[in-house]
Write a protein that binds this ligand. Structure first.
Ligand code: NAP
Length: 317
């Protein structure tokens, strides 16, 4: 067998990819991580991460990502800034087609994450991180006891509304249809929660900001529309949490088993249906998308990749 450029190529530099890079390099694999933008993934937008174990004082997502990267570099992982166009298995090796050329490896890990869907209403983009959020666990505690708006009708919206209802008794939960799409038990818990006021047939039309005394613009109110009556009205809220689904960044990879939403299916070793190809983090079909989960999955994927390579080269115990 021809010796490839690297033993292990990891695609995606969020928590899953960075953790995999550290574990891959520590397992003495020639490990390369390819990321098209900044390292850190979705963690980068989190101002103060309160729930990452080991950090009792909130750490910024940016700083955590830098620490992940440094740790991986300390063990010898290499990094390349490039976009990946295609990953193909050619005989026993993986061929990774990037904007900087073709690279080969024995094993590959997909850790390209997912991007949350945006509503596309005026004010959403401008006020993201200033009261507009896509993660209640991350940002909810900043708005304790304040009025918050939740948008969406699926499991994520209902789960997150329940989480926010522990922080405030003034949660308004809107959904465009006449019932939730979420699992019945979860939907009922939201409907029966005295801290949550559910408004069906309601859509968000605009998010308005206002400068606080420090001159920083923050979410101040929203314009809502009741679809069945056509009534348009304003509501003062401190935060808007949008949960209208997410899309995995897996379009570039073909021939791998995915669920109906495009998330990659693996076994518990993070192995896809293609031997030697692993997946970890938010691009995987996984029930709980969190940085700590992604980091754990990255570690499992790299460990499994190392075992796969040992078996491939006849070096397994
Ligand atoms: P989802 O199930 O696709 O639900 C998205 C929701 O957003 C739907 O209610 C949809 O409305 C609404 N929506 C979509 N586009 C919208 C728009 N432009 N304006 C207003 N509303 C819009 O997404 P999800 O809740 O993120 O869940 C994704 C997957 O993760 C699901 O498989 C879910 O089961 C799983 N998950 C599970 C749990 C759990 O088990 N606890 C927790 C979180 C996620 P319509 O209903 O009208 O289409």
């Amino acid at each position: 067998m021809l010796k490839p450029d690297k033993d292990l190529i990891i695609i995606g530099g969020g928590a899953a990819g960075l953790s995999a890079a550290q574990y891959g390099a520590r397992a003495n694999l020639r490990t390369l991580l390819i990321e098209e933008t900044a390292l850190g993934g979705q963690a980068l937008i989190i101002e103060g991460l309160e729930n990452y174990p080991g950090f009792p004082e909130p750490i910024s997502g940016f700083e955590l990502a830098q620490r992940f990267e440094q740790q991986a570099r300390n063990f010898g992982a290499e990094f390349l800034t490039a976009s990946v166009k295609k990953v193909q298995k050619h005989e026993a090796l993986f061929k990774v087609e990037t904007s900087s050329g073709i690279l080969t490896s024995y094993a590959a890990i997909i850790a390209t994450g997912a991007k949350h869907r945006m509503l596309g209403v005026p004010g959403e983009k401008e006020l993201a991180g200033k009261g507009v959020s896509y993660c209640a666990t991350c940002d909810g505690p900043f708005f304790k006891n304040q009025k918050m708006l939740v948008v969406g009708g699926g499991d994520a919206a209902c789960d997150e509304a329940m989480f926010l209802a522990k922080l405030s008794d003034k949660i308004i939960h809107i959904h465009r249809r006449d019932r939730f799409r979420a699992q019945k038990a979860l939907a009922l818990r939201v409907l029966n929660n005295p801290h949550i006021q559910v408004r069906f047939h309601t859509v968000l039309e605009r998010i308005h900001g206002m400068k606080n005394p420090m001159g920083i613009e923050k979410v101040h109110k929203v314009t809502l529309k009741q679809l069945d009556t056509g009534k348009v009205y304003e509501e003062e809220v401190a935060a808007v949490f949008v949960f209208i689904g997410s899309d995995p960044n897996t379009g570039f990879i073909e021939g791998v088993e995915k669920d109906e939403n495009g998330y990659i299916i693996t076994d518990q070793r993070m192995q896809t249906n293609v031997p030697g190809l692993f997946c970890a983090g938010d691009s995987r079909a996984t029930p709980f998308r969190q940085i700590v989960v992604a980091a754990g999955e990255g570690a499992i994927a790299a460990h499994s990749a190392a075992q796969y390579i040992d078996e491939l080269l006849g070096q397994a115990y």
